[in-house]
Design a protein. Structure first.
Length: 399
């Protein structure tokens, strides 16, 4: 772990970072750093059709189906894949493959250990330790995607892609350069679908995707030790890690595309949008047989979430990198440049208590039913303020 005090002032960043990517990461993070709780509290005290609609968007689907809140985690994993292309490419160019391997292993181990710490670490009994969780899944996705990129990466650092916007993304040259990574994604998604569809679950049968009756949940119950989030199975379980790696590799493929000198930024937006639309169509069609289910990270869910992620990236890239309208994105960048740090901070720092010192007690009482709404709003702003403070002080904590 290191603290990077360099504050990029140009674009693309000297460190290989994209402003639009940091902004998108920050936009993704606001929903899990307190904005979701604020919306729920707002609806509790001011129930109406609008707040009811907002509250429904910040809750996960019970099982099959999709809400915007179900896109937060895969979007982050997708962004991890994009980011590792820029960071590992720079390391390999300046320090070689061994240094890149060391980076992948070190960061993966740190993320996994932080995941154990996030869910209680050694403060709990052995049986209450959660071996697989959000950070642990990110660690595993980063490890396997990083390894794939290092050993199967495109052979040339800059591939010139000419022609139409469609050709810019789907040209034969780009496919040949990334073919092994593409094949791995396809293999992961198809293999997962085949396992979930054709391998029978004892006492249930094959091709059942209901909660507790599908193969992924069965394997968690049988082989995943210690604490599991949903009783005898886990939404970040063993088998569903395979398609999650596919999500990260979709980000890697996107990062390879963005890193090229050509096509032009505008054509890159077209390419991202076309790829996103294709993934959405394929995912929703696949979902007719293999339902879109976040808790077991179905292959259709990978494609649909990847499609929306590509669309969002195209939008941010268009506004920030093509139109150069950047002022609105800076508050998101405050969060996006220290995403993991802030995610951990929310767990280890009692921001709600700090908020109560400012607007709790008599202030909260005087505001009556608006008191808790204001309390949650200030809590969220304190988290955002920490992100702003770290950004202004040039404190970027890199694992």
């Amino acid at each position: 772990m290191q603290i990077d005090t360099s504050l990029p002032k140009t674009h693309p960043y000297p460190t290989g970072r994209l402003l639009s990517l940091d902004a998108l990461r920050g936009f993704d993070m606001i929903w899990i750093l307190g904005l979701d709780e604020f919306i729920i509290v707002l609806h509790r005290y001011y129930p109406n059709s609008f707040t009811r609609f907002l509250a429904a968007q910040v809750n996960h689907a019970n099982w099959a189906g999709l809400t915007p809140y179900d896109l937060i985690f895969p979007l982050f994993v997708f962004i991890v894949g994009i980011s590792l292309v820029f960071s590992l490419s720079k390391i390999m160019q300046t320090r070689g493959r061994v240094a890149a391997l060391r980076r992948v292993v070190t960061r993966s181990v740190l993320l996994y250990l932080l995941g154990l710490l996030y869910y209680g670490g050694l403060s709990k009994t052995v049986q209450d330790i959660r071996l697989l969780g959000v950070l642990q899944r990110i660690a595993l996705c980063y490890f396997f995607s990083g390894m794939a990129f290092i050993f199967l990466r495109h052979p040339r650092p800059n591939i010139r892609l000419e022609g139409t916007p469609r050709a810019a993304l789907f040209s034969t040259e780009w496919f040949i350069a990334s073919r092994w990574l593409v094949l791995i994604v396809v293999a992961l998604l198809v293999s997962y679908w085949a396992l979930m569809t054709f391998v029978p679950v004892p006492g249930v049968g094959a091709g059942i995707f209901s909660e507790g009756k599908n193969l992924a949940n069965y394997l968690d119950k049988k082989y995943l030790p210690l604490f599991k989030w949903d009783g005898d199975h886990d939404p970040e379980g063993l088998l569903s890690t395979l398609p999650a790696i596919g999500t990260c590799l979709m980000g890697v493929l996107t990062g390879i595309f963005l890193k090229q000198e050509s096509p032009s930024p505008q054509k890159k937006v077209y390419g991202l949008a076309i790829a996103g639309l294709a993934a959405l169509i394929a995912g929703y069609l696949w979902g007719l047989q293999f339902p879109i289910i976040k808790k077991i990270w179905t292959s259709s869910y990978v494609l649909v979430a990847g499609g929306y992620s590509l669309m969002l990236l195209a939008l941010f890239y268009q506004i920030i990198d093509v139109w150069h309208l950047r002022w609105w994105a800076i508050p998101f960048v405050w969060l996006g440049t220290n995403a993991i740090t802030l995610y951990l901070a929310v767990n280890f720092i009692d921001f709600k208590y700090l908020s109560s010192l400012l607007v709790g007690g008599p202030v909260e009482h005087a505001l009556k039913r608006s008191g808790e709404v204001v309390l949650m709003a200030v809590t969220f702003l304190l988290v955002w303020g920490l992100g702003y403070f770290m950004y202004r002080k040039k404190l970027f904590i890199r694992l």
